[in-house]
Ligand binder design. Sequence first.
Ligand SMILES: [Cu+2]
Ligand SMILES: [Zn+2]
Length: 229
Amino acid sequence: MLAIKVIEPKVAYHKTTILKQLNNLILNTMILKRIQLLLLASILVLGVSCKQNSKKEDSSVSGAESTTTEMKTPEKKEEVKKVKVAMESKSDSNVSGNVVFKEENGKVSMTAVFDGLTPGEHAIHLHENADCSAADGSSAGGHWNPTFEKHGKWGDSEGYHKGDIGNFQADENGNGTITFDTDQWCIGCGDEKKDILGKSVIVHQGTDDFTSQPSGDAGGRISCGGVIQ
Ligand SMILES: [Cu+2]
Ligand SMILES: [Zn+2]
């Protein structure tokens, strides 16, 4: 009897603890399941957002590619024509330099840089031949005048040669630059009234007065360069 009395509460105790433990287990597994669910959910969310991010990155990359190709295409379409002319000294001068012609959007721009000039104003023209072989530059011929007008200042209503660029200033060190642009020239278009290919750039010792015929009384030819591609 005693033994039973002693055992019974123990069993009861065991029952309650087992129940408690079971409850705890159930609670724990429920919590675990909830944690698992939360983890799964967060993994799913992360995964989706990662995919979206990579998609965004992909689209931004392809967007950048398309903009770069968009930026490249007009350059290809326009195909900027360019001629660089190395100027040689003539008539025993020390003048050297270079002239760059560029055709863009129907306009030809000229950028000329010289050194070795005497300070002051000098005339610069396009002459009719790309031939600088003569020591005095005479092989370059007269002013390029495909429209058979009289010599004059560029744009003059009374007429001017297509080679009548004008005058530019050389500083005290003998350096001079001139820029010029016009839609009345082209580079290699084949229109004999516009095409500067096969002509020459001539720099004169003196100044163009824009009135003397046929070449503005600009003096000797001190630098020459053929406009050849
Ligand atoms: Cu000239
Ligand atoms: Zn002229």
